[in-house]
Design a protein around this ligand. Structure first.
Ligand code: SF4
Length: 372
């Protein structure tokens, strides 16, 4: 936790006395974190001036979650989405990528919120999955937080890996930019578990992904997981268009080749940088040296700002070309793109949400086997 600059923790009164809270407190006992009775101030509030820049990233907040733990990925209207399900283990991330959309999503809920009633909630999630035995649930925890950054303290991987690994109609994807792989490696389960890394070009990784592990370290951790029997996923999302981007992304693919056996990859997603307009002033304020806003952006059909279509097609076309040269069986797919961009960038299209869902379900069946 110290490596991410987390210094304080707050226990919500509804979380006091729960066994999960106690387990987390026991683990925090070995760290230098200090208990506080005060919430992280919301950015924009008078006392929130400091947090406006820190977003409460130094602040762990233990609380129960009252909503549904499993929810469909919000995706985006008018573009093709994959039908992913989000297991909501917490919100906020101790890493600090300049482009992170969570800065806008959770600007009124600062802090690293850890949901201490997950043990109870996961039973309801598994009931939902068991009640639809013919459907494949592709589930991930890495949408509202990094899946593994806080795992040494929360140990959520100990709890959730066995649940998903023993189902035939689900896969669990743990997505990270860290090297916190001890939890998954400690587990004796491998079936239907995917450990994924978000990758970028070396210059974006070092210049824009503060507190994340360097690219080489991420790939070393991925190689270790692969050698220990885990299936891997990768996500080049967001892709950026800047002078030298082709050479830069080629270097990342060359590094992938050096560390990873492509036969053990279930999928690689590609997504060009896109953002809600509210994110722009936050990036300017919190990351004044960032280059991610260089270039021209236009509002897409969903109101998010995106690169012009020809630029997106160029980004995908090139990534498709260099990744396909490496292996033709990588399960490449686009996140939130139109049928036209799919066709022009990738040379084919799943057509719609259902088509993309079927394509990814087929990848699951190919790698892990079908539903008996
Ligand atoms: S790792 Fe992901 S969730 Fe964490 S700051 Fe970076 S983009 Fe946001």
């Amino acid at each position: 936790m110290a490596e991410y600059g987390v210094r304080k923790f707050l226990i919500d009164k509804r979380a006091r006395g729960s066994p999960e809270t106690q387990e987390i407190l026991d683990r925090l006992g070995g760290t230098a974190l200090e208990e506080t009775a005060k919430r992280a101030a919301a950015p924009g509030s008078r006392e929130g001036n400091v947090s406006r820049t820190a977003m409460g990233k130094d602040f762990l907040h233990l609380l129960p979650y009252r909503g549904a733990f499993l929810k469909p990925c919000p995706g985006t209207r008018r573009y093709i989405c994959c039908g992913y399900q989000i297991l909501n283990i917490g919100t906020g991330c101790p890493l600090d990528c300049s482009y992170c959309i969570l800065q806008a999503y959770f600007k009124d809920q600062p802090g690293l919120r850890v949901f201490v009633n997950l043990k109870e909630g996961i039973e309801g999630v598994m009931n939902v999955i068991d009640s639809a035995p013919r459907r494949i649930f592709r589930v991930g925890t890495g949408e509202f937080t990094d899946s593994l950054a806080l795992d040494p303290v929360t140990r959520w991987s100990d709890l959730i890996i066995p649940k998903f690994s023993t189902r035939k109609n689900s896969v669990l994807e743990l997505k990270t930019k860290t090297t916190q792989i001890d939890g998954p490696l400690r587990s004796r389960y491998r079936e239907r578990i995917i450990i994924s890394w978000s990758l970028n070009s070396p210059s974006i990784a070092s210049g824009e992904e503060r507190k994340a592990a360097g690219l080489r370290k991420r790939l070393e951790a991925a190689a270790r997981c692969q050698s220990e029997g885990f299936v891997l996923g990768f996500h080049f999302d967001p892709l950026f268009h800047y002078p030298g981007w082709r050479e830069d992304y080629l270097r990342s693919v060359e590094m992938l080749d050096r560390y990873i056996d492509p036969a053990g990859i279930i999928w690689i997603s590609l997504g060009a940088f896109r953002f809600m307009p509210e994110l722009k002033p936050i990036i300017r304020k919190r990351h004044p040296a960032s280059r991610v806003l260089d270039g021209e952006f236009v509002p897409g059909l969903d109101g998010k700002l995106r690169y012009f279509k020809p630029i997106r097609i160029e980004l995908y076309g090139y990534m498709n070309e260099i990744l396909e040269k490496w292996s033709q069986d990588l399960g490449l797919y686009l996140c939130m793109e139109s049928d036209e961009v799919w066709r022009k960038g990738m040379g084919w299209s799943p057509g719609d949400n259902a088509g993309l869902g079927r394509y990814l379900d087929q990848r699951v069946i190919k790698v892990f086997g079908g539903i008996p």
